[in-house]
Design a protein. Structure first.
Lengths: 78, 369
């Protein structure tokens, strides 16, 4: 990971995701699009999309916007 | 099934058992049967201790007579097994490698002691797991029969030594951080809002600094128990969970309060209860406090470039409502909502709903307490 993600991943997500899935979520929480995530991880775009389907299922969100919304609302106190 | 493939199956089950928990008692309970099947023996003992003349010994044993454990610390100096494995850590030794001659073993005080204690031992195989951090663990198998442990038994246990060492180390470290106050804060990142509680009697073992302020914000002083300072409602929930012994309690391990109850609009408090490993025969519990926003606030800077209607629609997007819900709520056509949003995207230079939510969440982070 090159830079810290601007939005923190809720700690309970970490427990539900595989390390690879968590890595992808961290990319999303930096505002990256799928193409950028695929290039960063050196995998095909289709692979990223497949991972995302699994991630959305595990986290019970219906898409990227909802995932970012949940992460933003589930803020750790500062 | 050949012996090799049977052993492979047992070994893989054992690996699973050894990593099944961070509570050494649970791990041992899950692993002991498999260890016995891999290494047939009459008794088995795992002894975790701090080195020293009169160390403290924690035992996990199978079929060992109680007097053996009760008297071990006074007899330890005569235990030739202990002396031998201490010299060669992480190496599995069979009795013939521990003493110069079988006769020496049979004349040893230890051999006689074990008979007195009701364990007529004939053969032993043991390894000292070098757990580090001032702790080591002896795993010993004993046989009453005159059938020595084989080189194959020895090689098999040797192959498992690293995994066994890691298992004990992980359990010890986790148990210690949960038990020792000053290290708890290292385990619980200091930014988190958590406290650790012993239930019976109620003793709060530690609390991260932000927790007190959060409790003051979300609870009226009259709701707090004296002297613990924890809210009555949470103490009651904890007592209920503890009484259930941690057996699956769906829905009970979280508690939520709507912000409106305390004049805090648009946010909720969620408390999550989780059971930590045992300490002194009792589980510790961690209470984690989270403030949840029901909506991301519309950034003030955006309001200047948006019309009132657009800002209103954005406020619903920042509640994670979809376009249809927004249209229904405002009594607008779906296409009208979409058109408004298109204008919003153009004005703010965002290319999607996701980008809008993302940018708002970054902007609001500084603005929130």
């Amino acid at each position: 990971m090159t830079s810290p993600s601007p939005l923190a991943m809720p700690s309970e997500w970490q427990q539900r995701l595989t390390p690879r899935e968590a890595e992808i979520v961290n990319c999303l929480l930096r505002g990256w699009d799928n193409q950028l995530v695929a290039e960063h991880l050196g995998v095909a775009l289709g692979t990223v999309k497949k991972h995302l389907q699994n991630i959305f299922g595990k986290l019970g969100v219906d898409g990227r916007a909802a995932l970012i919304f949940q992460a933003a609302c589930n803020r750790e106190p500062s | 099934m050949s012996r090799d493939s049977r052993e492979r199956t047992l070994t893989s089950k054992l690996t699973e058992a050894l990593t099944s928990s961070l509570n050494l008692s649970e791990v041992f309970a899950n692993a002991e049967d498999l260890l016995f099947r891999l290494t047939p023996a009459d008794y088995m003992a795992l002894c975790v201790s701090r080195p020293g003349p009169r160390g403290d010994y924690d035992w996990w044993v199978t079929k060992m007579p109680a007097p053996f454990l009760a008297r071990y610390s006074e007899l330890a100096e005569h235990d030739f097994v202990r002396c031998a494995v201490m010299r060669e850590r992480d190496k599995v030794l069979r009795d013939e490698e521990m003493v110069a001659h079988r006769k020496v073993l049979e004349r040893s005080r230890w051999y006689a002691y074990c008979r007195e204690l009701g364990m007529p031992l004939e053969h032993v195989m043991s390894v000292l797991l070098d757990v580090k951090g001032g702790v080591h663990a002896g795993l010993t198998f004993y046989r009453e029969r005159r059938r020595p442990f084989s080189r194959r038994d020895q090689a098999r246990l040797q192959a498992l030594t690293l995994l066994l060492t890691q298992t004990v180390r992980n359990c010890r470290m986790y148990g210690e951080v949960a038990a020792r106050g000053q290290e708890l804060s290292a385990y619980f990142q200091h930014r988190a809002t958590r406290c650790i509680v012993r239930v019976n009697p109620l003793v709060e073992r530690m609390r991260t600094p932000p927790t007190t302020a959060l409790l003051m914000k979300w609870f009226h002083p009259s709701e707090l128990v004296v002297p613990s300072g924890l809210p009555t409602v949470l103490v009651e929930r904890l007592a209920m969970l503890a009484a259930m012994g941690g057996a699956g309690a769906p829905g009970l391990d979280t508690w939520e309060r709507a912000g409106e109850e305390r004049g805090l609009a648009g946010q909720d408090l969620r408390v999550t209860f989780s059971r930590l490993p045992m300490q002194d025969g009792q589980h510790l519990w961690a209470l984690e406090f989270q403030e949840l926003l029901r909506a991301i606030p519309v950034p003030e800077a955006w309001r200047q470039s948006l019309t009132a209607r657009e800002a209103e629609i954005v406020s619903y997007v920042l509640r994670d409502w979809d376009n249809q819900l927004i249209a229904d709520h405002l009594d607008l056509a779906l296409a009208t909502v979409k058109k408004h949003l298109q204008n919003v995207f153009d004005k703010l230079g965002a290319d999607s709903r996701t980008a809008l939510i993302f940018r708002a969440s970054l902007l609001c982070r500084g603005a929130l307490s």
